[in-house]
Design a protein around this ligand. Structure first.
Ligand code: GLN
Length: 486
């Protein structure tokens, strides 16, 4: 049945949904049906969704429609169609982590972030594709096939939250959630040309997020504009008794911080982020993007972050160490895949041998090695020390500046298959994002033009810990000044 709403835009915003619902131009049920229709039309090509939850979605939509009919005050995300990365637990809907080992796993509970979205009125459409256990930068490590980038379909969408980024870029959801351990929200946001944010470590509860590296993992939103990113973050942030690392720092009204003038703010431009290895097209767009901040009245400050060079090595020691420990639970005994074996040990080996893909195995081996007796001091402990130095680079910088601006990725979206043979090449794609992950600070990627009018570039804004409001304020000002088309 065609949708009765005539002014159907490809990219809805939260305000757009609210206005259309309030004016009764469309019902929440019709809007939900429209989005399932879009997914049906595009997903065979893009592979952005792994599972859909129509029953849950329509039940929520009907609840919203009833509230509208009764003239009730609507919650902030009423009727907004959302997509959830498949590492976040969803009650009653498969949560595979892009892995064969969890192919049929259906969680009995919702992640706190999912629960909070739904409590705010959001309509959960389904689960999005990702690199296996969020390990990757291209989405090609998914056991369920790669995702295509809607901006250039022969290219990767970035990773690991590739499906969540692609869903927004293709107009298959209005907002989505991803997770970021070393760049997995920001880099796919950059590759697909949509704003994408990770808050400070501890800002959003990780309860129900299936762990990759617990000291780094964060949940955050993708949306069509910075205002919507702010609105979603506001809903999912805040203390949760189920995650002891979630903080009691109060959640500001982010939507009120954006729109304030950025005049006079000091922006640090770290020299270390503009070295060799950056694509010339990316460099050109980022330089033009920085000019926008100058025109907005920001003061640009040349800064140094001397430990940046060690970030990739440090990240791949700490993240793999934590992963090797977190992934020990997939043993075929309690949940997920169980392969046959003549003995308990054979069953363990067969389950893990068949259930995990090559990249996950590589990381478990690496992580187990850096934690093993004799190597712990040389690698893991050293890595922790360097992590502290990288965090100190940020603290030192924030004595001089209010925020830091860098490219999100040194390269734009690359072609499918182009980097799969060389894991090190793939790891280097995270060079500008892992620093902020190790330091625990918030970061956003905002669209900063397109190379050749086709390939999106992302500009990254880092703020100090719990300075999400400042990050959003700068990103919003950049977007409003035409950042997406520099
Ligand atoms: N690409 C990085 C990795 O492969 C980051 C992944 C992530 O942030 N989840 O580990």
């Amino acid at each position: 049945m065609p949708c009765p709403y005539k002014n159907m835009t490809a990219h809805w915003t939260i305000d757009g949904v609210r206005e259309a619902l309030a004016a009764r131009k469309i019902s929440a049920r019709e809007l939900t049906r429209e989005f399932f229709g879009r997914i049906a039309a595009r997903n065979a090509e893009l592979n952005a969704f792994l599972a859909l939850s129509p029953e849950r979605a329509y039940a929520k939509a009907d609840e919203i429609d009833a509230a509208i009919a009764d003239g009730e005050l609507l919650p902030p995300l009423a009727g907004v169609p959302v997509a959830i990365k498949d590492v976040l637990s969803t009650r009653g809907t498969t949560t595979t982590c892009g892995s064969k080992i969890l192919e049929h796993y259906v969680p009995p509970y919702d992640a706190t972030a999912v629960e909070r979205l739904e409590a705010a009125g959001a309509v959960i459409l389904g689960k999005t594709n990702c690199d296996e256990f969020a390990m990757g930068s291209s989405n090609e490590n998914s056991a369920y096939g790669a995702v295509r980038n809607p901006a250039a379909v022969e290219r990767v969408p970035g990773g690991s939250s590739g499906g969540s980024a692609a869903a927004i870029a293709a107009g298959l959801a209005v907002v989505s959630l991803g997770t970021d351990t070393g760049g997995s929200i920001r880099q796919p946001g950059a590759f697909c040309g949509v704003p994408a944010m990770m808050g400070s470590y501890g800002r959003v509860s990780r309860y129900g997020l299936i762990a990759f590296a617990s000291s780094l993992d964060r949940i955050g939103p993708f949306a069509n504009n910075v205002k919507d990113v702010a609105a979603v973050l506001e809903v999912i942030a805040g203390r949760d008794a189920n995650d002891s690392t979630s903080t009691t720092v109060p959640v500001p009204r982010y939507s009120e911080e954006i729109g304030k003038s950025v005049k006079g703010l000091r922006i640090g431009i770290p020299r270390e982020y503009f070295g060799d290895g950056m694509d010339a097209g990316v460099r050109g767009k980022i330089e033009a993007g920085i000019e926008i901040f100058r025109k907005l009245g920001c003061e640009l400050v040349d800064i140094r972050m001397p430990h940046t060079d060690y970030a990739i090595a440090t990240y791949y020691i700490i993240a793999t160490a934590e992963a090797s420990s977190n992934l020990a639970r997939y043993d075929g005994v309690r949940f997920g895949l169980r392969a046959k074996g003549d003995s308990l040990l054979a069953m363990y080996k067969n389950t893990r041998g068949q259930g995990f893909g090559a990249e996950v195995k590589r990381r478990i081996v690496l992580g187990t090695y850096v934690l093993s007796a004799g190597y712990y001091d040389a690698y893991y402990l050293k890595g922790q020390k360097v992590r502290a130095l990288i965090a100190k680079d940020f603290l030192d910088a924030y004595l001089k500046v209010d925020a830091i601006v860098t490219p999100t990725s040194p390269v734009p979206a690359f072609k499918l298959g182009e980097r799969t043979a060389d894991p090190l090449q793939m790891y280097l794609a995270d060079i500008y994002t892992v620093t902020g992950s190790l330091a625990g600070v918030p970061g956003i990627s905002v669209p900063c033009g397109k190379i050749g009018g086709e390939l999106p570039v992302g500009l990254q804004v880092f703020g100090p810990a719990f300075g999400e409001g400042r990050v959003l304020q700068l990103a919003h000002a950049f977007e409003a000044a035409g950042g997406a088309t520099v």
